[in-house]
Design a protein. Sequence first.
Length: 201
Amino acid sequence: MGIILALDGSSSALSASWWDPSQPLKLLGQAQSLPRKNEDFLKELHNLLEPNEVSEVWVGVGPGSFTGIRLAMALGLGLASSRSTLQVKGFSGLEVAARSLFKQGVAQGLVAPSTKDHCFVSCEARGDFEPFNLSREDYSGGEFSNLLVLEGKGFCPEGAAELSFQDYQRALCQELMALSQWRTVEPLYLRQASTNSGSKK
């Protein structure tokens, strides 16, 4: 098995991380783009990583940034179109990072603001960390505690502290590398990606 490349645009920037699953929890490299600098990001990624060494591409399918998720999907599917043997698989960055933060004892879950009245939440309180849509109207005030929130504008539960992009990426990478040791990530389906994406711009 070759290198796994993970692409995620759920937060404030498009990012890439890659590792060799035969070398447990050893990150080989990372790259990220500033907003509206995606062409520079692609050039940097091409310079840092040999595409022929990649055997799987894992793409974040949301919820999160509408534009970022689609850019990550387009890049992953574009790489796959040039090589029939390259597998493309999907994951929820919100869920993966929330699991990592919970395991570390940092937080009970993670929030991705969507609109002024809605957000997506992945937390231990629901048992399986599967992201769900929480509206301001349905929020009771005391149901969730010790949550962190991704960068972005919109509704989020009271008291949630902001998680920096760097800390989000660190939590995401740690859990993705751990997953690659023991669990198969599901194949990416366009329908799944379109239904999981938030409306945050």
